[in-house]
Structure formats: C-alpha cells, structure tokens
Design a protein around this ligand. Structure first.
Ligand code: 2HA
Ligand code: ZN
Length: 278
C-alpha cells in the first residue's frame, strides 16, 4: 500500500516566518502604510516540497509578461491590496506560494491567497528584477519594495542624479559605502504596477541592488531577507540624517572622498566608478 508522505505544517516553514516577521517590522517602521510595499522570495523546490505537494495546483494565473528565465521557479509573494500590518496574523490570505510554469507564461498558485486574491501588483518589477539579479549573483533570492519615508522625502530635496544622490548617502553615515558600494539606481517618476516600470527597474538591477522610484519608494535586492532589509534600512538611515539636517548650508564638515576611498579599501569593496573624486 502506498501512503501519502506526511507534509510538515507550512506555517512553521522558515520562509513563511521570515515573510510574516519582515512585513510586520516594515509596517512598524512606517514604511508600508495601508497596502504599500511588496516582497517576493525565491524558494528552492526542496524547501517547498517539505510542506506542499508541488503538483497540487490551486489556481493558474496568466502573466501579462512572459518570464521564461524563471520557468519552474517557486516564490512566496505578498498579495495585491494586502496590508503588511495584517500579514503576521493572516498569512493564508495575504501571502501566496507560486510556481512559474514551464513556459514562463503562467503562474500556478500552490498555497495561500485563499480569499481569491492575487500576487502583488508590482509582480512585473519583482520578476524582471529577479531575472536581472540572478544573472549577477546565483545566490540572489529576495526583492523587497517599500515606501521608506526619508528616502522618499529626499527625492524632493536632492537632485536625482545617481552619482550625486549616492555620494550624499555615502557621506551621511560611515557604513553606507561598505553596504552599497554598487550605488543606488534611480528611475524617472513612472506609473507603478506596469510592465514598463518593471523593465526599467530590472535594467537598473543589472548594476545596483537598490533602485529608487522618486516620490514613491525603493526596491532592494539580496540573498537573504535580513540582508535585503538591512540594505534598505541603511539607505533609509542615511536619508533620515539628510532630512534631519534639512538644509545643506548647515553642513560644516562631511566625510571626504579620500576618507570614503580609505573606507572602501579597508572593507574590501569597490565603489562604483565615477562617484568619488580622488
Ligand atoms: O500597492 O507599493 O507600488 C503596493 C505598492 C505599489
Ligand atoms: Zn509602492
């Protein structure tokens, strides 16, 4: 007699716990008001199959944009219209585990979105950014979008040139150049939730792990939830210092380019070329 292999409780899965904790912490920080923000987390089949029969498809959703590069890959993603505040207490309706089908034209919902909801409206930006980051780093797994307050504020006060914006952030806290030596990519203002903004975001993700959407928020990419959260936290902290200062004429001294260069050398990181003048 063949007995079905007992699956473990999905709510105990580390990746579900990480999604619940991250969304709650992001909400508490004030960066994900209402339904703001979204996260997608690339999972291995071995991880998912401990908890789910991966052949049990609950729903098939067509993608407006094909992602052949992600064929047969699994993700846990936040739901469209869902509030980060509520994910911790209501994971089955606010999160979903999806698998991209073999053609890259559809996704299969394997778990979650039980109230009939769908993956985040920013799925184009997430999927296209995953494709871009996986080409740079095979260990890449997380794309996180949120409305980090001071980063948004800074997009009104600072010019939006990538090199000068990055250099200001690097100057605000000593750790910045070490955490994001690859600089911050910046898009022009665009309508969110579209394939067009997804493509532009992914283009920036080829060279940057942080991509700024002016007057809207930020996208971060990384290998773990902690690392990605920490990346955005670090940029947001620097932006907070900038907004606290408020008026650049108040700045009496800053970290010089020579000092930033010394920091990069001490921590063995390569700052993006064209930002420091040594
Ligand atoms: O609705 O943050 O960019 C979630 C968003 C859209
Ligand atoms: Zn947003």
């Amino acid at each position: 007699m063949i007995t079905a292999i007992q699956k473990e409780n999905i709510l105990e899965a580390p990746f579900v716990k990480e999604m619940r904790e991250a969304t709650f912490n992001l909400w508490k920080l004030g960066w994900d008001e209402r339904n703001g923000g979204n996260i997608s987390y690339l999972l291995q089949e071995e991880e998912v199959s401990r908890y789910l029969d991966v052949n049990q498809v609950k729903r098939t959703l067509p993608l407006q944009f094909p992602v052949a590069e992600l064929a047969n890959k699994y993700f846990i993603v936040t739901g469209s219209g869902k509030y980060f505040k509520n994910v911790k207490g209501d994971p089955k309706n606010t999160l979903g585990i999806v698998k991209v089908d073999e053609s890259g034209n559809n996704i299969y919902v394997l778990w979650g979105f039980e109230d009939g909801s769908n993956p985040t409206s920013e799925l184009p930006s997430h999927f296209m950014s995953h494709i871009a980051r996986l080409k740079v780093d095979a260990n890449h797994r997380i794309i996180m979008h949120n409305h980090a307050t001071n980063i948004i504020a800074m997009t009104f006060m600072h010019d939006l040139d990538e090199a000068s914006f990055t250099k200001t952030l690097w100057q605000m806290c000593t750790e910045c150049i070490v955490v994001f030596p690859d600089a911050i990519g910046i898009l022009p203002w665009m309508v969110p939730g579209t394939e067009a903004i997804g493509q532009k975001t992914a283009d920036k993700m080829k060279a940057h792990r942080l991509v700024l959407w002016p007057h809207h928020g930020i996208f971060g990419a990384g290998t773990t939830m902690d690392e990605t959260f920490g990346l955005i936290e670090t940029a947001e902290k620097a932006a907070q210092i900038y907004t606290i200062i408020g008026d650049s004429s108040k700045i009496k001294q800053t970290i010089s380019d020579k000092e930033l260069d010394a920091l990069a050398k001490a921590f063995h990181v390569e700052p993006k070329a064209g930002i420091l003048t040594i």
